[in-house]
Design a protein around this ligand. Structure first.
Ligand SMILES: *Cc1c(COP(=O)(O)O)cnc(C)c1O
Length: 475
């Protein structure tokens, strides 16, 4: 051990790189073990005193590496969310990937700041954004950035939309004292959208919820709502279409909404958090997202259906200049240079609210490169087929009832007796399957959102058999 004053410049790096390397390789193995054996590792409830046990109050002096690694392995790793397990279909949780995990580790080691400047991580992110824009079918002018997820991407996209509407002085003057504006979305819209409008200062009351059917938002009711607002002196600003609704996997009619928004002079934003990826699916599921190319902006996730580890989503804007105009600010300390590290373009801080940003692009790039879009698409098609299978098993069961027709990868159903919330919890606690619950037509039901590349048809059958057991045992 070096005496304290001789440690300047080496206080935080390992003293013994050889020993560190050994422990780090063990840790990598432990992380890979969890993925290789994901099938044996369902969610288990964390111990009640876990937070207290993990207290950092005594961390004045660093502990030895072996102890630390053992604690991570034994006290932390077992209590993960369980979304790596093949029978996890609760909420809309991505399953992650081994290559994504390794790329994330490499990215953490490089420790790039992807806000700006001229370095490799910026080029990777630009290449990933180019690829996403091409998948969406957006024109050459399109650009965007990677985000924490669809929630953040929604705020950025809607800010770009209202900046384009109000003009450049929005940035200095804000929205106070301006005309009232309105936004339109189907009644199945995700809570990320009203939350974005709350943050942006329009308030969630500015969002008109348009009734939807199995085919998505009613165009007739949308047109009526737009005309009612215009008559009342309220300016329609944007239609927010949903490509894959969180509750039922429903898609709004994108080609028609594209035509309508052009005609009405409105911005079309598409929440395609998971539905974006039906672009890679086989027919008939691919057609669900036809018309995506008409969007003025799109918010999507890579950490859900694509399986890139958390967290990463994207905001894409039809004319990248609209996004840049809404965000770019270059004070003296961030002035661009024609050469050196302060050069390079684009800088992602000009396209969003973060200045310091992690390199989220490497794990996406590596995941897509290593897997290939064909396999990613096939896994998405598998999930749609599995949802259809689950739907058929429910229809055949005397104990279960579909709460909504299966459109894509989401299945909602009710038990003939017993409490949906209770049955869902029992299945989770038994490690049999993870569903979540929601409410449809005033009734609480079980819900599976299948975005899991480890799921097999046998998992669907086994899980439904377990559901039937719990339902028939219920009082
Ligand atoms: C998950 C989801 C969101 C929110 O995305 P995050 O990545 O969790 O921020 C928005 N819309 C839909 C349809 C979603 O499924």
């Amino acid at each position: 051990m070096l005496s304290d004053d001789r440690k300047e410049g080496r206080r935080i790096d390992p003293d013994d790189w050889g020993a560190f390397r050994g422990a780090a390789h063990d840790m990598l193995d432990a992380a890979l073990d969890r993925l290789e054996h994901a099938r044996d590792l369902p969610w288990i409830a964390p111990p009640g005193d876990m937070r207290a046990r993990l207290s950092l109050a005594g961390a004045q002096v660093g502990c030895d590496l072996q102890t630390l690694m053992a604690r991570i392995r034994d006290e932390i790793m077992p209590y993960a969310t369980g979304n790596t397990h093949p029978r996890f279909w609760g909420w809309v949780h991505g399953t992650g990937s081994a290559i994504g995990m390794v790329a994330e580790m490499v990215a953490a080691g490089l420790n790039a700041n992807s806000g700006g400047r001229d370095h490799g991580a910026m080029r990777i992110e630009a290449a990933v954004i180019d690829w996403l824009c091409a998948q969406a079918g957006l024109p050459q002018s399109a650009f965007g950035l990677l985000t924490t997820g669809t929630s953040q991407a929604t705020v950025s996209a809607l800010h770009a939309a209202r900046h384009a509407h109000f003009g450049a002085d929005l940035r200095a003057r804000g929205i106070a004292g301006r005309e009232r504006v309105a936004f339109y979305a189907s009644d199945g819209v995700h809570s990320a959208i009203p939350r974005a409008l709350e943050l942006l200062g329009h308030g969630s009351d500015a969002l008109r919820l348009i009734p939807s059917k199995q085919g998505g938002m009613s165009l007739e009711k949308l047109e009526k709502a737009i005309s009612t607002d215009r008559k009342a002196g309220i300016r329609p600003l944007a239609v927010i279409a949903t490509a894959g609704s969180v509750n039922t996997g429903t898609f709004d009619p994108l080609p028609q909404l594209g035509a309508l928004t052009r005609r009405e002079g409105l911005w079309l934003h598409v929440d395609a958090a998971f539905g974006f990826w039906t672009r890679l699916a086989e027919p008939p599921w691919r057609a669900l997202s036809d018309g995506l190319e008409t969007a003025d902006s799109i918010a999507l996730d890579l950490h859900k259906w694509v399986g890139v580890p958390y967290s990463v989503g994207a905001c894409l804007v039809r004319d990248g200049a609209d996004l840049r105009a809404a965000f770019a600010t270059r004070p003296d300390y961030l002035a661009p240079a024609s050469s050196g590290l302060a050069g390079g373009a684009p800088w992602f801080t000009d396209y969003g609210m973060d200045l310091s940003r992690p390199d989220r692009a490497l794990k996406v790039w590596a995941h897509v490169m290593a897997t290939g879009t064909r396999a990613i698409g096939a896994a998405i098609t598998d999930n749609c087929r599995q949802a259809a299978l689950m739907g058929r098993l429910i229809e055949k069961s005397p104990h279960l009832r579909l709460a909504h027709p299966v459109v894509s990868n989401v299945v909602c159903f009710s038990p003939e007796k017993g409490d949906s919330v209770q049955i869902t919890a029992e299945l989770q606690l038994a490690g049999e399957a993870v569903f979540s619950t929601t409410r449809l037509n005033g009734e609480t039901c079980l819900r599976a959102a299948i975005v899991n590349h480890r799921t097999t048809s046998a998992d669907i059958r086994a899980a439904m058999a377990a559901v039937e057991r719990h339902v028939t045992a219920a009082q």
